[in-house]
Write a protein that binds this ligand. Structure first.
Ligand SMILES: [Zn+2]
Length: 398
């Protein structure tokens, strides 16, 4: 029987903050046996090799939207497009580095959001087979899109209803979830999403039904009112990005409990570093307006009970794996969410929405805990550099 102990001054259990410490988490065979508050029992000895201390502990972070095969830190447009012709082994090496960077930031669960080379499936398999502590990976493989529409680097083309059904059945043989490319991307020059949604409501309903019949969830790349109307009507399980959100759409998301992964980071980067893409004054103005409206609607979504989930779209231009998740937590807090809700959106909530093993800090739960030298509830500007990660009976010092 493997026993371990964690001592902390305060902790976030996945939903609530506990600050009446010190606390002592007793672990047996990778499960939390008990949480004691107050001083350690006198007969309990701490083993420096096995046991851990931290000022603050919380469940490992979840990244709900990223592209593992892409390096978000590569800012040069020429290099970024040349990379799309790199060998699969080169891409796999990039994915490995991105997983490593994620773990260093305290991320223990990653949902990839699509790549056409299947690097996401390969890294999922590699991590599942690893004999060391690594994050768990959830992968859709490829997504689906309409011919010649947005999403070439991550989706398979489908045209007719028969093709849609056949592609979903095929993709979900190996995909944990179905990624739908429902709209294009934002045009920052005009400050809009151009073009009609890729799928109409009937097609989107067929997609969701087909995936659900196979026991899988759907997540839809979607921005702009027309696309959001389709996503909400069809009842996708999660709206990704969701720029140009409205109160009416949020009402449907709340009623149907459709998750929203707002991915502030890629748009925020364009606004913060406009010289890299050479955005005009007008585009910079548009970017700021889009971000401000996004924040307002996050606050609304939170008040209305929409399940908001943290995902960064890491791999996108300027969005670096790992740290971007911390940025997203901060964006939610700046928008008006409480720290507890923002951390819930990056831990317990996505795990429960996806039907994954619960990793809350509660007796009986699986151990998936990170230790920090400060509490974000005390200092929101803290560095967020975890000192160790413990998963099951394994622990690594960072
Ligand atoms: Zn994405």
């Amino acid at each position: 029987m493997a026993q371990r102990t964690i001592q902390a001054n305060s902790y976030f259990d996945g939903t609530e903050y506990h600050d009446k410490g010190p606390y002592c988490v007793l672990i047996e065979d990778g499960l939390i046996k008990d949480i004691l508050s107050g001083d350690l029992p006198p007969d309990l000895e701490l083993d420096d090799d096995l046991d851990r201390r931290a000022a603050f502990i919380m469940p490992g972070l979840v990244e709900a939207h990223c592209h593992l095969f892409l390096d978000g830190g590569e800012l040069d447009f020429k290099n970024r497009s040349a990379y799309l012709k790199a060998s699969e082994d080169e891409m796999l090496a990039v994915a490995r580095r991105n997983v490593e960077a994620s773990l260093t930031t305290g991320i223990t669960f990653i949902r990839d959001a699509g790549d056409k080379w299947g690097i996401n499936h390969r890294i999922r398999q590699e991590m599942a087979a690893a004999d060391k502590l690594v994050p768990e990976i959830r992968s859709p493989g490829l997504g689906i899109r309409k011919p010649k529409r947005y999403g070439g680097f991550m989706a398979r083309e489908v045209e007719t209803r028969d093709e849609i059904v056949a592609a979903i059945k095929d993709l979900l043989k190996t995909g944990d979830e179905l990624k739908i490319l429902l709209t294009g991307i934002i045009d920052f020059e005009s400050g809009t999403v151009k073009g009609e949604p890729q799928f109409d409501v009937d097609e989107a309903k067929l997609i969701v039904e087909t995936a659900h019949d196979l026991g899988r969830r759907t997540f839809a790349h979607c921005s702009g009112l027309k696309g959001l109307e389709v996503a909400a009507a069809a009842g996708v399980d999660s709206v990704e990005h969701g720029f140009f959100m409205t109160r009416d759409i949020l009402e449907i998301l709340a009623e149907k409990q459709i998750a929203w992964v707002p991915t502030f980071s890629p748009v925020h980067f364009q606004w913060a570093r406009p010289e890299i893409a050479g955005w005009s004054e007008e585009s910079i103005f548009n970017l700021k307006g889009i971000l401000d409206s996004h924040s307002e609607h996050i606050k609304m979504a939170d008040e209305m009970g929409v399940p908001v989930v943290v995902g960064s779209d890491a791999g996108s231009h300027g969005v670096v794996h790992g740290v971007a998740v911390i940025d997203e937590i901060k964006f939610l807090v700046e928008a008006g969410m409480s720290m507890a809700k923002a951390l819930n959106a990056a831990t317990s909530l996505p795990r429960s929405l996806w039907g994954s093993t619960s990793a809350d800090i509660k007796p009986g739960d699986h151990v998936d805990i990170i230790g920090l030298s400060e509490s974000p509830f005390e200092n929101t500007a803290m560095s967020w550099q975890p000192s160790w990660v413990m998963m099951g009976s394994e622990c690594i010092t960072l």
